[in-house]
Design a protein around this ligand. Structure first.
Ligand SMILES: [Zn+2]
Length: 104
């Protein structure tokens, strides 16, 4: 697994978005060194949702073949990659919401 974090610069600090619990401790350690914030996103439906159209369906994912195929738009990819993409998106959404709170 490469590039598990995305760093976003908000105001005067870097924010790290993570899509894996496994890396959380390492990230928190790194974050404490750099005075950054680590966000962990709950992995709900992340391997069932189309990253292209947002359609959620259990049958979108073929666990045996590790293949994701959206029943709505036909988007295809590796199922774990889909999960990572969706978690990543959720993380970015969280950051956006959080950054608005900070701005107000
Ligand atoms: Zn779709």
């Amino acid at each position: 697994m490469r590039s598990v974090t995305k760093k976003v610069f908000i105001k005067d600090r870097y924010v790290s978005a993570s899509w894996s619990y496994q890396f959380r401790q390492l990230l928190e350690y790194k974050a404490s060194m750099k005075q950054s914030l680590v966000i962990t996103v709950p992995p709900q439906y992340t391997s069932q949702m189309s990253p292209k159209c947002g359609h959620i369906d259990k049958s979108n994912r073929n666990k045996k073949l590790h293949l994701f195929c959206c029943k709505n738009c036909g988007y295809q990819s590796n199922d774990n990659r889909i999960g990572a993409m969706n978690l990543f998106k959720k993380g970015l959404n969280y950051i956006e919401e959080h950054s608005k709170e900070v701005a107000e």
